[in-house]
Write a protein that binds this ligand. Structure first.
Ligand SMILES: [Zn+2]
Ligand SMILES: [Zn+2]
Length: 303
């Protein structure tokens, strides 16, 4: 890992980029406030069920679609399925698929350097958590950074009008389940999705967790968070092998998005899933060394 400056309060620096307050901040805060309103409206099993189904159901589109497909091209799929993945991810209120993929590529290119768009070391914890997401300077998609997908007009259209499926989803939750559906099923689950993604960008580059690999950045894995984030919380593994569709490398690093992608591959809906080749190669070469040593020892003790 490179020498990094201490994490310190640089929020004022980040704040300068976020201000002035615009419609983006108002919507972001309003959704948080509605999510908080469940404290007054009270706990219901229907509300909890809607929230969990909406969180895990929608989040899969972000993890498998936006992250592993559009940002990293870690598997292949058909044009129709590609659009479906983009549509699915757009329900997570994290803008369009090309915007997401393009900004995330920038993060990998400059991880934990002064050019990283969200590094807790250079811009402060809160800015790397959610401040950068509210920075109006990053609102536009730079299609040159994601040319292989920007050539599809339907993806460019969805990237531009990503609010249409999102509003449709929010309105459906209200129409079918009333205020409970809107507050629990849309707002609270959206806040949970946002902060899961934000935590990967802040905490997963700061402290705690564990590091399997000496990457040049400060990425780390968190077991419980890895499971909740459908596998994306094994962030050190991911920075070690960004193109791998699998983020949990050992059996106990539960990577739900990977299991689902594997399942879809059995039906031919996705294919050529990339595996962590570098890790597997190193692992097998270490194993070879151990086996070699054991064989030599056995041979010498037998003499
Ligand atoms: Zn990262
Ligand atoms: Zn990534």
């Amino acid at each position: 890992m490179q020498d990094l400056p201490p994490i310190q309060s640089r929020e004022m620096m980040g704040l300068k980029d976020i201000l002035p307050i615009n419609h983006l901040h108002v919507i972001y805060i309003a959704i948080h406030l509605v999510a908080l309103s469940i404290v007054w409206s009270g706990f219901t099993w229907l509300g909890v069920s809607l929230c969990l189904v909406s969180y895990f159901g929608r989040h899969l589109g972000l993890v498998a679609g936006y992250h592993r497909y559009f940002a990293h091209r870690s598997f292949k799929t058909s044009r129709l399925m590609q659009f479906f993945l983009a549509l699915h991810g757009s329900l997570c209120a994290e803008r369009g698929p090309l915007w997401w993929g393009q900004t995330h590529r920038l993060h990998h290119r400059y991880s934990d350097t002064p050019n990283d768009i969200h590094s807790p070391y250079y811009q402060g914890f809160l800015y790397s958590h959610s401040g950068w997401f509210l920075n109006h300077k990053f609102l536009k998609t730079n299609y040159e950074q994601i040319p292989e997908f920007a050539k599809f007009p339907e993806l460019v259209w969805l990237d531009r009008f990503n609010m249409i499926p999102l509003f449709t989803f929010a309105a459906s939750m209200f129409y079918f389940f009333g205020w409970e559906g809107f507050a629990w099923g849309f707002c609270l689950s959206t806040v949970m999705i946002w902060h899961t993604t934000h935590t990967i960008q802040s905490l997963c580059h700061c402290f705690g967790g564990y590091r399997n690999f000496q990457t040049s950045d400060s990425s780390r894995n968190f077991w419980l968070f890895g499971v909740i984030a459908l596998g994306d919380g094994f962030h050190n593994n991911h920075h070690y092998e960004p193109s791998s569709a699998r983020h949990g490398f050992v059996w106990w690093e539960i990577d739900i998005a990977w299991y689902i992608l594997k399942f879809l591959s059995w039906f031919g809906l996705v294919w050529e899933l990339k595996t962590p080749k570098k890790w597997m190669k190193n692992k097998s070469s270490n194993l070879d060394k151990v086996l070699d040593k054991v064989t030599k020892n056995d041979a010498s003790s037998g003499e």
